[in-house]
Write a protein that binds this ligand. Structure first.
Ligand SMILES: Cc1cc2nc3c(=O)[nH]c(=O)nc-3n(C[C@H](O)[C@H](O)[C@H](O)COP(=O)(O)O)c2cc1C
Length: 406
């Protein structure tokens, strides 16, 4: 089973208390321990007494490389207040599977077994992956308990809908272990771009004809903003140079607003020499009016002729710097996607380019989804349709990988 690089990055060296409750899905916890260890996380398994009837503690001890605990009233480990120590040690408490009964105990704040006591003491985030019969899951009592826990800030991963061990079909199956890993990993930032300076341009530009009219395009800025959020999440010091868009700034990103291609050029040429990675997502106008009228042009003749001149090629200028950053371009193409993209890499001396087709209204431009083909010297990868934020995370991962090798 392949673990996504960003999951490994986020979970590496984290201290995970894996709680296992008495569900038929308890055997799947063995795979979770194995995956956490593959991420280089440190794992301490705590089982409810009921869970030990479903999977042998010895299996989990061998996989986690740590003793497994299930007894709250164990004189040996409690000599040093074991449950408090465990709760303080954890960076995250992941309970997978979480039984209906355990969820009920958490909701009312019981501490009658070691795992419940750890949950009551810990300051670390708690992730719950419920697993139970579909009627148990749909019962108002369980639903109420889950919403109480969510209001308290606990994260629910799943359950999934599907065939159940009891022969029924419905919601209540333990969600796939990859999804549990993903949900847990989201609590931590990656360190792929720690201390790297990333500059990202986003949105359209406005090329003014007169005081009130301009030429622009349909770019929403969503892809560039999603990349900025993913870069920050990867530990980068991130600057977003944004054209006029209606998208909120991602947390911890420095944002500078511009309007025209020339303004964007000026800011980029000032910032790019000090950055490590430059990602040009902005849909910079290719042409601008040769002159801007200071006043609103009056309606007079039946026809009006505009003379347009080329705007500066910001990306090419950045890539041509004496010591260029790792430079990534975006290309929206309607035909010959790959051929045109390779041509751009060569012409502009880019390190990477992401191409998306703007033929399909459901992806690209104003949409929340996108799909791209990422191309670099000697390789390419198709990234199928997904949300822009998920795609951005994947792209930042690839950019970080290639940045490290070129
Ligand atoms: C064969 C078998 C399978 C069970 N599977 C589940 C389950 O998947 N989910 C659940 O919530 N309870 C399940 N139960 C019931 C729990 O084991 C029972 O409620 C137990 O008290 C839970 O203890 P714990 O929450 O302390 O782990 C199952 C019981 C049996 C006998």
């Amino acid at each position: 089973m392949n673990i996504a690089l960003h999951v490994k990055e986020r979970l590496g060296l984290r201290r995970v208390v894996l709680g296992i409750a008495g569900s038929i899905a308890a055997y799947k916890a063995a795979e979770i321990v194995r995956m956490l260890r593959e991420c280089d996380a440190e794992v301490r398994v705590v089982m409810t007494p009921a869970a030990t009837a479903f999977i042998a503690p010895l299996t989990l001890q061998a996989l986690s490389n740590n003793p497994v605990q299930s007894d709250l009233l164990d004189p040996h480990s409690e000599q040093a207040m074991g449950h408090i120590e465990l709760a303080r040690w954890a960076d995250v408490v992941l309970i997978a599977p979480a039984s209906a009964d355990f969820i009920a105990r958490l909701a009312i704040g019981r501490s009658n077994d070691l795992l419940a006591a750890v949950c009551l003491v810990t300051q670390a985030p708690i992730v719950l992956a419920p697993a139970m019969n579909q009627s148990m899951w749909s019962h108002p009592a369980t639903q109420k308990n889950c919403s109480v826990l969510q209001q308290r800030g606990m994260l629910l991963s799943g359950p999934a809908i599907g065939d159940q061990a009891c022969g029924e079909y419905g919601p209540g199956r333990l969600i796939e272990v990859e999804a549990i890993m993903e949900a847990t990993a989201q609590l931590f930032a990656t360190r792929l771009l720690t201390n790297k300076r990333v500059v990202i341009t986003a949105g359209p530009t406005r090329e003014y004809i007169d005081a009130v009219r301009y030429l622009s395009n349909r770019s929403s800025g969503k892809m560039g903003f999603a990349l900025a959020a993913a870069a920050v999440d990867a530990g980068a010091n991130t600057l977003l140079i944004a054209g006029p868009v209606d998208v909120p700034s991602p947390a911890r990103v420095t944002r500078l607003n511009v309007e025209s291609a020339r303004e964007m050029e000026a800011l980029c040429m000032q910032q790019a020499p000090q950055c490590d990675i430059f990602i040009s997502v902005a849909a910079v106008a290719d042409y601008m009016p040769d002159k801007k009228s200071a006043h609103k042009i009056k309606k007079s003749d039946a026809q009006m002729t505009l003379t347009l001149v080329r705007t500066p090629d910001i990306l090419a200028q950045v890539a041509a710097l004496p010591q260029p950053p790792f430079t990534v371009g975006f290309a929206a193409e309607t035909e010959n996607l790959e051929k045109n993209a390779r041509q751009k890499i060569a012409d502009k001396k880019l390190n990477m380019i992401a191409v998306n087709s703007v033929n399909n209204d459901e992806i690209g431009f104003a949409s929340d989804d996108n799909e791209v083909t990422l191309l670099w010297h000697g390789g390419q990868e198709f990234m199928p349709r997904t949300s822009k934020s998920q795609l951005a995370r994947l792209m930042i991962e690839r950019i970080a990988q290639h940045y490290g090798t070129e």
